[in-house]
Write a protein that binds this ligand. Structure first.
Ligand SMILES: Nc1ncnc2c1ncn2[C@@H]1O[C@H](COP(=O)(O)OP(=O)(O)O)[C@@H](O)[C@H]1O
Ligand SMILES: [Mg+2]
Length: 923
């Protein structure tokens, strides 16, 4: 059988198969963009045909007289600031001259065509927009960006700005990205469509066109395994025949398709001769497709060594243009995946030696190739940082400088580089009007004095495009090279350590905590109590939470009149995973009031608001949680705290999921993931999975709930240094039981039991006892459920408790203990209704109905409101705040809140916005 594909270039032979509808809609987009501008994102799994579709659109656009500009992100390429924009806009270089001088200079400097004042991001963005507009006057323009998430960070940010402002121009923006990959590109408001796998008939056509001689059985199996993915349809046949069958047979069939394809490519790459593999590795890590670079870096190897990969259709070589390309990005990933760490270092070193005229790339490769301290490499990274800064990318410069500091052998030099990074970082959110001034300032600063600047820089970095790893590096470096002598009373040091605690938490990596604990170990005379307790409760509470809990109680007993907002927030942080936030409510409210009066710093005001939100959520004060989250988000907006806003979005998403507004909840978690993932904020990513899991349970998608719960922590283990694994433990067990993964459920319940969470907090005691009950076989379940419900103080966590009752009630009904089932279900239903947890209330009501009872008429719409409730509801419905209503009726706003809390379930609604309609319905 001939497995060679008909067209050597890899372009689809003839037209695309089965994409008539997609082509029609993209053509419609093209036509519209040519007259009125617009942007469109195409997403889809790897191999589904995004690039093929972009190629077809590019061709069609050119035929209809639109000028096409293209660029593509490459996974392993160095993040060279603005290299993507340079690629995209290079053909328009001559038109730069038509821009006003300020814009022209900004663009020239950013894209590396000249030197001058470092341009501000906004100026560059506007310059690009104006350039595109001006160019499109003569001829419509279409920008096509493939693999958008891999574009460099600075270009992504600018394109995100530009793409949302094209309406009214003749410029179109079309980009492709893998489904669910996050990037620094702001998607907000840009229409997105997900390219689906090919329909069955088209898949068959594609197969028959390329492999007309397949045996029927092989063809059938292929069609079923490829599930309409064109890349799989084209690649799996080779795995089903000849020597490659063996490799494919060893792949577990349960792997997701993408993983399977990459594993298949990996096995093909592994079988190539070593010289060939090394060339591929250079190609993948260089990412530019420049054959010249590849061959120079390769030294003793030459073009002939690449032939086996070419024969196996893994790469195309275009000798004339001296370029080469991987057939698909999954092949690049496979090449890097199979490389050993010493091969990776060899390749980076070889590329660094080759790229002498490109100092940024060179420095980056050296940085990747170096493990221990190395002054030469550190010096090059520092120089590169200055170049990056001169092109206006502060965040890129900080990343390069902190890496430089990390590799610096000499302590004084390290301190100096860190100070520079801190000063640049501290300005990252603002305008870089005078970079040389910044550098001068940092030179004068003593390394020790940079601790405050470093902590400030961390916040600015996180709130712009900075990633957690860079921020962590920066702060660890600043602490380790400071002249504080590890004095436990040094306020700058304490502030830095508390900030580092959060960074370690965000990173979600156990290794990130090592320098933190090392610094705590050196503090003299001793670690202050709030820091020590937070370290134990916030780091790995599954293992150290119990010890933290008793220390916390002792600490709080002596601190009832604490007034320092810093201290209150720190104690609150220590309380979160010990479920002791209610012990801090009064102190927290004091800070909220100070904050509202402008008498406490916004950061502290936000901290306490968040803690109150968490406490409110767990203790069932959901309306207050919603109000405070709103207050928090407003404040974040005002102060540009984009990172902190994620927390409040998390709270909103939790409430939306619990109350059955799945759409709002999904929109929020999308936004959270888009921000958190590219920044490496794993803990925040975990928040999103927690919400998604809850949402899935609410809507009965248990498989997805299981996937989300195990993305937080694997079944059978509480992932170390992932405190949220505790909050999600019951979700995991419930999802496992409902998807019939009884072994996993039992293993997880056992892990939770072993961790002795009951010793950490009464709420965790409930979750942990309930987990055992959920996972237990029928003959043991009742006793365990009863034990869970009999735990002291369980009524303090109404939502958790009602969920336990619901599952217990379901179990009892199955065991035909109808009367007792009803009792549990009725109680659960009442709580869910009170909370406004609509989907859960529905589930409880359905179960109750299944026991032969109709839904009780309590707490439903038919209940009339008391006259006072009616009055409050009318006022709230007319748009007054609780405070305003309170003033009118001489009630405290808290009392108003309490009334509304009872009114909502009576009206069967869960938000203020629904009041007006509900009242109208009452007549
Ligand atoms: N509709 C189609 N008809 C024929 N071939 C296709 C079609 N869609 C994709 N292909 C081929 O499948 C392979 C993978 O497609 P590609 O566009 O690279 O996927 P993606 O960019 O989504 O990862 C390529 O070889 C491409 O030519
Ligand atoms: Mg592609």
């Amino acid at each position: 059988m001939d497995l060679r594909i008909a067209d050597e270039s890899g372009a689809p032979t003839g037209s695309l198969v089965g994409r008539a509808d997609e082509l029609l809609s993209t053509h419609r987009f093209l036509r519209q963009a040519a007259v009125n501008g617009g942007a469109l994102l195409i997403s889809g799994e790897p191999g589904v045909g995004k690039t093929a579709l972009l190629d077809a659109v590019a061709e069609a656009a050119a035929e209809t007289g639109t000028r096409v500009l293209r660029a593509a992100g490459v996974e392993f390429e160095a993040d060279v600031s603005y290299s993507g924009l340079n690629q995209l806009l290079f053909p328009l270089y001559d038109a730069f001259g038509e821009l006003a001088p300020a814009h022209r200079e900004a663009l020239r400097v950013a894209l590396g065509f000249g030197t001058g004042q470092p341009p501000d991001r906004l100026l560059v963005s506007n310059a690009v927009l104006l350039l595109l507009r001006a160019t499109a006057v003569a001829q419509p323009l279409l920008l096509i960006v493939d693999d958008l998430p891999w574009l460099d960070r600075a270009s992504s940010a600018v394109l995100g700005f530009v793409a949302r402002r094209l309406v009214g121009t003749s410029v179109g923006f079309l980009a492709a990205c893998r489904a669910q990959t996050a990037s620094f590109f702001e998607h907000g408001g840009i229409p997105e469509f997900e390219l689906q796998p090919l329909p069955a008939a088209a898949a068959e056509e594609l197969i028959d066109r390329r492999f007309p001689d397949l045996a029927p059985a092989v063809r059938r199996r292929l069609l079923s395994e490829a599930r309409g993915n064109p890349l799989a349809l084209l690649e799996l046949p080779s795995a089903l025949t000849g020597p490659q069958r063996l490799a494919a047979a060893s792949l577990p069939a349960v792997l997701p398709l993408t993983r399977r394809l990459q594993a298949l490519f990996a096995s093909r790459v592994s079988r190539l001769p070593e010289p060939c593999r090394r060339l591929l590795l250079l190609g993948a890590l260089d990412g530019t497709g420049d054959l010249g670079v590849l061959l120079t870096a390769a030294g003793e190897y030459d073009l002939d060594d690449l032939a086996p990969a070419e024969r196996d259709q893994l790469v195309h070589v275009h000798g004339n243009s001296r370029r080469f390309a991987f057939r698909h990005p999954l092949i690049e990933s496979a090449v890097v995946e199979v490389a050993t760490s010493s091969e990776l270092r060899w390749a980076h070193t070889a590329l660094a030696r080759t790229l002498v005229t490109q100092p940024e790339r060179r420095a980056w490769h050296l940085g990747e190739a170096t493990v221990g301290p190395d002054e030469e490499v550190a010096g090059l990274l520092e120089q590169a940082a200055h170049r990056i800064l001169r092109r206006g990318d502060a965040v890129g410069a900080v990343a390069s400088l902190t890496r430089a500091a990390e590799l610096t052998p000499d302590a004084v030099d390290r301190g100096r580089r860190l100070a520079q990074a801190a000063y640049i970082g501290a300005d990252a959110g603002g305008e870089l009007t005078n970079a040389s001034q910044l550098l001068d300032d940092s030179r004068r600063a003593s390394p020790g004095g940079s601790l405050y600047a470093s902590a400030a820089a961390v916040y600015l970095l996180l709130n712009s495009d900075g990633d957690v790893r860079t921020a962590h590096r920066l702060l660890v470096g600043a602490i380790e090279s400071g002249d504080h002598g590890y004095d436990a009373d040094d306020p700058a040091l304490l502030d830095a350590l508390h900030t580092l605690l959060l960074l370690c938490f965000f990173s979600g990596e156990p290794a990130a905590w090592e320098p933190f604990f090392a610094a705590l170990g050196r503090l003299t005379p001793e670690v202050p109590a709030p820091l020590a307790v937070a370290a134990a409760s916030f780091g790995d509470p599954a293992r150290t939470g119990q010890a933290a809990a008793s220390r916390f109680d002792a600490m709080v007993a002596g601190m009832s009149d604490e007034v320092d907002p810093n201290q209150i927030v720190r104690i609150g942080i220590a309380a979160i995973y010990l479920d002791r936030l209610s012990d801090c409510r009064d102190a927290h409210w004091r800070v909220v009031r100070l904050g509202r009066e402008g008498a406490a710093p916004a950061r502290r005001h936000l901290g306490v608001l968040l803690h109150l939100c968490f406490d409110d959520y767990h203790s069932g004060r959901w309306d207050e949680a919603a109000e405070l989250a709103e207050e928090g988000l407003r404040l974040c907006d005002e102060h540009g705290f984009r990172f902190v806003a994620l927390y409040f979005q998390y709270v909103q998403a939790l409430l939306a999921a619990a109350r059955g507004d799945a759409e709002a909840s999904d929109t929020l978690t999308d936004a959270i993931l888009r921000f958190a993932v590219p920044r490496g904020a794993r803990a925040v990513e975990v928040y999103a999975y927690h919400v998604r899991g809850l949402n899935d349970l609410a809507r009965g998608d248990h498989e997805s709930a299981y996937q989300h719960a195990t993305a937080i922590s694997p079944a059978g283990r509480l992932a170390p240094y992932v405190p949220h694994a505790l909050w999600g433990c019951l979700d995991l067990v419930e999802a496992a039981v409902r998807t019939n993964r009884l072994t996993e459920a039992a293993a997880h319940a056992a892990a939770v039991d072993e961790a002795n969470l009951a010793g950490v907090s009464p709420r965790l005691a409930l979750l942990s006892a309930a987990a055992s009950a959920f996972a237990a076989p029928d003959d043991k379940a009742e006793e365990l459920f009863e034990a869970a419900l009999a735990l002291p103080g369980v009524e303090r966590w109404p939502f958790d408790l009602a969920r336990v009752r619901l599952v217990y009630g379901e179990r009892l009904r199955r065991l035909r203990a109808t009367a007792r089932a009803r009792t549990q279900l009725r109680t659960a239903l009442a709580t869910f209704e009170l909370l406004g947890a609509r989907p859960w209330a529905e589930r409880a009501a359905n179960e109750l109905r299944a026991t032969g009872l109709t839904k009780p008429r309590t707490g439903t719409r038919s209940t009339v409101l008391t006259p006072q409730e009616r009055e409050i509801a009318e006022l709230a419905g007319s748009g007054l705040t609780n405070k305003q209503i309170g003033e009118k009726l001489f009630l405290s706003h808290r009392t108003v809140g309490t009334h509304l809390y009872q009114i909502f379930p009576k009206l069967g609604i869960s938000s203020r916005a629904a009041l007006r309609d509900a009242l109208a319905a009452l007549g």
